[in-house]
Design a protein around this ligand. Structure first.
Ligand code: AMP
Ligand code: MG
Length: 331
């Protein structure tokens, strides 16, 4: 299959390009498109064969459900069977935006979307290209991140192509996306609501709207209890190069360098070390999240034997970044 790359301005998106991509989606094809979090790999959520193509292109385990993207709140009713008051309040505050709500699914939604489960994850994305595409397609769009399963999520069209060139129909290339890591996933079918995946919307922001939510295990440690969502795999978002989180990144880098290893380092603050590929990371969590995957893609392509990441702070604002790094470092 030839993968067509279509450059597109974000604001306003070119109507002709959007119409072509929407036609591909309506015909059951796969289109990668920018969202405000990462690039998504879209297919019509109402077309079971198209959804199956997402799993095949990504090599995604069939027990890992997809997030459905809709253009506005009324369209949630095309995939979900219930719209509780808590969902309405959260949508009012955070949509369009990086908060995904897990709700009871409609019986006629293809099972492949929800991995056979009784619930569906849904959100309204904030990127103008994503919104225009969903509107033009006229159907809810199932879209996981546009990468091979388990690998680093794409924040640029080049990242999409490095994993999926020849496996999908089209990429809408709007350059680097702003958010950099995935949406927050909140399960509204459990009581209290449960955070399944930390993301760009923080638990504190959610709690300010609907009160207490159950958190993932604190301090970034893996939970001992069974995983509520098959997507919460221990190893995920991972470069091919072994990645290690270090309390004292500089000391660890120096140690490996003396042992003769080529090392890449995600560092805080200005640092230069001969023979080490250093990426300076921002010291604020949003800035760090926006740069994280591009930095990991760069280091993974730099021919280093090990990637060392200076451990970010333990505070709540760093929850999503710590979650991604912990999974990237998992064996
Ligand atoms: P991705 O699309 O690659 O960002 O991954 C989607 C995430 O949402 C995964 O962690 C999924 O397990 C999670 N997810 C999607 N649908 C559901 C659902 N119905 N219940 C729980 N988690 C879900
Ligand atoms: Mg993903």
């Amino acid at each position: 299959m030839h993968t067509e790359v279509v450059p597109i301005d974000a604001d306003p998106p070119d109507a002709g390009a959007i119409a072509r991509a929407a036609a591909v989606l309506r015909a059951g094809g796969l289109v990668a498109f920018p969202t405000e979090t990462v690039y998504g790999l879209g297919a019509s959520a109402l077309d079971a064969d198209a959804v199956a193509r997402i799993f095949a292109a990504k090599g995604r385990p069939s027990n890992n459900p997809l997030i459905v993207h809709v253009a506005d709140i009324p369209d949630v009713g095309r995939v979900a069977a219930d719209w509780p008051g808590s969902a309405a309040r959260l949508a009012e505050r955070f949509w369009p935006g990086p908060l995904t709500l897990v709700l009871p699914k409609r019986p006629d939604l293809p099972d492949a979307v929800t991995a056979g489960g009784p619930t569906v994850a849904v959100r309204v994305p904030a990127h103008p290209v994503a919104l225009a595409l969903i509107r033009a397609a006229g159907v809810p769009i199932a879209a996981p991140s546009a990468n091979r399963s388990g690998y680093i999520s794409p924040t640029r069209a080049e990242h999409v192509l490095s994993g999926l060139d020849g496996r999908i129909d089209m990429v809408l290339d709007a350059g680097q996306v702003p958010g950099g890591i995935e949406s927050t996933v909140l399960d509204l079918t459990s009581h209290p609501p449960r955070l399944l995946r930390p993301g760009l919307v923080s638990p504190a922001e959610i709690e300010s709207i609907i009160g207490p939510v159950a958190r993932p295990a604190s301090r970034g440690e893996p939970s001992a209890s069974p995983l509520p969502s098959p997507g919460m795999l221990a190893r995920h978002y991972a470069p091919r190069t072994p990645l290690e989180l270090a309390e004292d990144g500089g000391a660890r880098v120096e140690e490996l360098r003396r042992a003769g290893l080529r090392v890449g380092w995600l560092a805080f603050g200005a640092t230069e070390l001969a023979g080490v590929t250093v990426v300076q990371m921002p010291c604020d969590p949003d800035g760090y999240a926006a740069r994280l995957y591009a930095a990991l893609h760069a280091l993974d392509g730099a021919g280093v034997a090990r990637i060392i990441v200076s451990r970010p702070p333990e505070s709540d604002e760093w929850l999503a970044v710590r979650d991604r790094l912990r999974r990237a470092a998992a064996p």
